[in-house]
Design a protein around this ligand. Structure first.
Ligand SMILES: *[C@@H]1O[C@H](CO)[C@@H](O)[C@H](O)[C@H]1NC(C)=O
Ligand SMILES: *[C@@H]1O[C@H](CO)[C@@H](O)[C@H](O)[C@H]1NC(C)=O
Ligand SMILES: *[C@@H]1O[C@H](CO)[C@@H](O)[C@H](O)[C@H]1NC(C)=O
Ligand SMILES: *[C@@H]1O[C@H](CO)[C@@H](O)[C@H](O)[C@H]1NC(C)=O
Ligand SMILES: *[C@@H]1O[C@H](CO)[C@@H](O)[C@H](O)[C@H]1NC(C)=O
Ligand SMILES: *[C@@H]1O[C@H](CO)[C@@H](O)[C@H](O)[C@H]1NC(C)=O
Ligand SMILES: *[C@@H]1O[C@H](CO)[C@@H](O)[C@H](O)[C@H]1NC(C)=O
Ligand SMILES: *[C@@H]1O[C@H](CO)[C@@H](O)[C@H](O)[C@H]1NC(C)=O
Ligand SMILES: *[C@@H]1O[C@H](CO)[C@@H](O)[C@H](O)[C@H]1NC(C)=O
Ligand SMILES: *[C@@H]1O[C@H](CO)[C@@H](O)[C@H](O)[C@H]1NC(C)=O
Ligand SMILES: *[C@@H]1O[C@H](CO)[C@@H](O)[C@H](O)[C@H]1NC(C)=O
Ligand SMILES: *[C@@H]1O[C@H](CO)[C@@H](O)[C@H](O)[C@H]1NC(C)=O
Length: 752
């Protein structure tokens, strides 16, 4: 009996598996999509993207009831009407339209809504009860609207936790403003001309966690303003006018504050007891204030024993760094002194007590010398001395920093670096030397950096890629995964590898803005493990020049943005079967069927349109608070070829537009072109084998003529046939099992 049972369950598993495979065939059902929009699944959610389409109305009647995300950003919508009653919308994006007024009626029935974005409109008034019945609403974005003054409660919602009302012309927060928004945990009020907070408007918000009041022209905050904010963890008060400000009175209730930003707020005077009650403060940002008189040892050292990160950048500290400045802040691990004009001799004494320092920023400090103090900071992991007019000879003072993992010496007027500088820095992971004229680097300079993971040499005036002699010939740098060479006017030879053998483990290479119009076919002969190749901003004009891609079977991300390409086809990347992101925005694409081929390649072969950057709404585009403008793939019709005849197609995704007004412009998004083009829908064809000679050290070492696996498509068809047959078999079994199953249950019943 038992054995039979197990057999049954195994069979059932198989049946379910086969049934799932054959029923869905990896695809979800196509749902309704409005004419002017592009629709797709994101995971299992139906996304309808009607953004940037000059629409004056939401296409209410063409929406699928199952639409999960509706993106109407950047249209010309002035008014909202009620949505169809059965709709289950979770996220509605209406940013960058022409709405002037929000009333309750259009939102009745949107009972499932979680996120609503109404930012960048012309909204003046919002009925306070608009969102009252939307029990699931969590985030509301209203930034960049010219709101009229609000007298009573602003809105009413028991669920809302995130509210962005930055840049809304709010001059005054009346005492009842937040009274019916008690669930709020995050508020962004930045860029409103509040000037003062003189009442207890925040009193109902006992659960407030994060409050942004940056750039509000605040000069005064009432001592009672934050009475109820015991739970506030993050407070941003940057960009205000806190000149004669009673910090102690305002901060005394914020007993759980962990993060305080007072950047650029005209703070000059921070008395000794300023932070007396904020003993949990871990991050304190005082940057861009004139704090020449600050007594760091008292104001900061005395009370802030948990302080981990202190930012004093651009604080005009030149007179301040006395011997005992940091004597009571020995726990500080991250210190930012960038942008103060400092002297090596002052640093030598001031930094001495900070033996726990892990990260130190001294960029833009006008340093030409470095302090001879680095043997004290054996634990230092990150050091930024970029943007200083450093004298080459002092660089070797860095050599005791054996624990250093990140060193930034970018833009520091270096031309010579002594080879002994890095010899002991065997922990170094990321080295930044960008922006120095490094044409004469000494042989063996990088030789000892055996743990190096990332090397940045952008804008170094390099005409040739890196010389092998910089590294030890006898070592493979197994950790070296990333190399950045952007902005170097490289002159590349017709033949030969671009990078030496030491880079054979490289995964990511940035060659953007390198004035490249071609690369030889064997460019990546030694670096065939590359997964990320960035060639943006070069002068590639034809895919003929991309033969080097054939040596990169592991490629996952190919960035060809802002080149001069007009056509690209799936054939050009036939070998690169691991591609997950193809970035093609910013090329003068011609609207022709190769655009449709690429679309189908992404959609059908990769099963993810998102592989083509700019083709669809990605989840990064719908996150809260981000910029609302997307960059889209565009193509333009060749003006010499007549406009296409719009044919009626029944294939999915190939419906002609009802609305031909769009044809007045010759530019199209790829999404729209593909639908109106009448190009056949097909899986990309099998690649025609190329014949390439690879010349290494003047010898022909390798010649390929093998195409890709031409058996793959017949095999795929065979597989699907097999799956279909299995499905039929499964159904028969299933019916059979059902009968037997009942039988079996009856029997056991009888037995007991
Ligand atoms: C929308 O209208 C503007 C100006 O009339 C035009 O430049 C643009 O191409 C239009 N966009 C679309 C997608 O039709
Ligand atoms: C707002 O809150 C007040 C007091 O809690 C209450 O009397 C009023 O009915 C609420 N208004 C709305 C629209 O919920
Ligand atoms: C703050 O005041 C300055 C000058 O008085 C003004 O230029 C700025 O726009 C104001 N900021 C806001 C957010 O209103
Ligand atoms: C440093 O802290 C100690 C005790 O924690 C205290 O006695 C001393 O006055 C402080 N130094 C300064 C300069 O505040
Ligand atoms: C130090 O401050 C500068 C200027 O405010 C900033 O750009 C930099 O990111 C900061 N560095 C660190 C490590 O926080
Ligand atoms: C940069 O270094 C050169 C010598 O290598 C020196 O002549 C020049 O003055 C330095 N520039 C700055 C801004 O210090
Ligand atoms: C590398 O440097 C050596 C001497 O430092 C030089 O002879 C050689 O030509 C350089 N190779 C390249 C490719 O620049
Ligand atoms: C590699 O060569 C360098 C100098 O060329 C030498 O200092 C080092 O010891 C050598 N390493 C090994 C493992 O042979
Ligand atoms: C870019 O390359 C072209 C020729 O290939 C050359 O004429 C031009 O000077 C180069 N530009 C720079 C900035 O080196
Ligand atoms: C690529 O990676 C593999 C595995 O890490 C390694 O064995 C090989 O040497 C690497 N380089 C090349 C050029 O294949
Ligand atoms: C497409 O179909 C519509 C109605 O469904 C018809 O009016 C139109 O003539 C058709 N266009 C072509 C090119 O067949
Ligand atoms: C079409 O797009 C190109 C850039 O891709 C732009 O330069 C051109 O002005 C656009 N033409 C129209 C009619 O919008």
């Amino acid at each position: 009996m038992k054995q039979k049972n197990r057999k049954m369950s195994m069979l059932l598993c198989l049946i379910v598996l086969v049934a799932v495979c054959s029923a869905f065939n990896g695809e979800l059902a196509e749902l309704e999509c409005p004419d002017d929009c592009e629709c797709h699944y994101f995971r299992v959610n139906w996304v309808t993207d009607c953004s940037e389409s000059n629409l004056t109305e939401i296409p209410y009647n063409e929406l699928s009831p199952n639409v999960y995300v509706l993106d109407m950003n950047s249209n010309l919508i002035k008014e909202l009407k009620r949505f169809p009653s059965e709709i289950k919308l979770r996220r509605l994006q209406l940013a960058d339209n022409l709405l002037t007024k929000i009333t309750k009626d259009p939102f009745i029935g949107l009972n499932y809504l979680i996120d609503l974005d109404l930012s960048h409109n012309q909204i003046k008034t919002i009925d306070p009860d608009t969102f009252e019945e939307m029990r699931g609403l969590l985030t509301l974005e209203l930034q960049e609207n010219p709101l009229d003054p609000v007298d009573g409660p602003f809105l009413s919602s028991k669920s809302l936790t995130y509210l962005d009302i930055s840049s809304c012309h709010i001059k005054y927060l009346n005492p009842h403003f937040f009274i019916n928004l008690t669930a709020l945990s995050t508020i962004d009020l930045s860029n409103n001309p509040l000037k003062a907070i003189d009442n207890e408007a925040f009193a109902p918000l006992t659960g407030l966690n994060s409050l942004n009041l940056n750039n509000c022209n605040l000069t005064f905050i009432s001592p009672n303003a934050f009475m109820a904010q015991e739970n506030l963890k993050k407070l941003e008060l940057g960009g205000n006018m806190l000149v004669k400000f009673d910090f102690l009175a305002v901060f005394k209730n914020l007993i759980r504050l962990e993060y305080l930003d007072l950047r650029n707020s005209h703070v000059t005077d921070l008395p000794p007891n300023t932070f007396e009650y904020n003993t949990y403060l871990r991050t304190l940002i005082l940057a861009e204030n004139d704090l020449g008189y600050l007594d760091v040892s008292v104001t900061i050292g005395k009370h802030l024993h948990e302080l981990d990160t202190l930012d004093l950048s651009f604080c005009n500290l030149q007179n301040l760094l006395s011997e005992d400045a940091f004597s009571n802040s020995t726990k500080v691990r991250v210190l930012n002194l960038s942008g103060n004009s400092l002297f090596a001799s002052d640093l030598l004494v001031a930094l001495a007590p900070l033996t726990n320092l892990k990260k130190l920023s001294l960029s833009n400090c006008g340093l030409s010398k470095l302090p001879d103090t680095f043997e004290k900071f054996k634990g230092l992991q990150e050091l930024d001395i970029s943007h200083n007019p450093l004298n080459d000879v002092f660089i070797k003072l860095l050599s005791p920093l054996e624990a250093l993992e990140y060193l930034n010496m970018g833009y520091s007027n270096l031309s010579y670096i002594s080879p002994t500088t890095f010899s002991k820095m065997t922990s170094m992971k990321r080295l930044v030397l960008s922006g120095n004229d490094l044409n004469s680097l000494e042989a063996g300079l990088f030789g000892g950096l055996t743990q190096l993971e990332s090397l940045e040499l952008n804008n170094c005036g390099l005409r040739r890629p890196l010389n092998a002699t910089l590294f030890f010939n006898n070592l493979t740098y197994t950790g070296l995964k990333e190399l950045q060479l952007a902005g170097n006017p490289l002159q590349v030879a017709k033949h030969g590898p671009l990078l030496p053998k030491q880079f054979s483990e490289l995964l990511s290479l940035d060659l953007s803005y390198c004035n490249l119009s071609f690369l030889p076919p064997e460019a990546f002969f030694w670096t065939r493990n590359l997964t990320h190749l960035i060639l943006a901003g070069n002068r590639f004009s034809s895919t003929e020049g991309l033969a080097f891609l054939e040596l990169l079977p592991k490629l996952e991300v190919l960035d060809l943005r802002f080149n001069n390409l007009s056509r690209f086809s799936p054939k050009d990347i036939a070998v690169n079967s691991n591609i997950q992101k193809l970035k093609l925005i910013g090329n003068p694409w011609i609207c022709d069927c190769s655009v449709a081929d690429l679309w189908d390649w992404a959609n059908l072969e990769k099963s993810n349109l998102g592989v083509l950057e700019g083709s669809m709404l990605n989840m990064e585009d719908v996150t809260v608070g981000k910029t609302k403008k997307k960059k889209l793939l565009l193509c333009s019709y060749d003006s010499k070829v007549p406009m296409p005849i719009i044919v009626n197609k029944t294939a999915t995704g190939r419906r002609p537009f009802q609305n031909h007004r769009l044809l007045v412009s010759t530019n199209r998004t790829w999404a729209k072109y593909v639908r109106e083009s009448g190009c056949d829908q097909k899986i990309s064809p099998v690649r025609v084998p190329r014949s390439i000679k690879y010349v290494i050290d003047d010898k022909i070492v390798l010649k390929t003529e093998t195409g890709p696996n031409t058996w793959i498509y017949p095999a795929l068809y065979a597989l699907s046939a097999y799956v279909a047959i299995m499905a039929v078999v499964a159904v028969i079994y299933l019916l059979n099992y059902k009968k037997k199953g009942f039988h079996y249950r009856d029997q056991t019943h009888k037995d007991s």
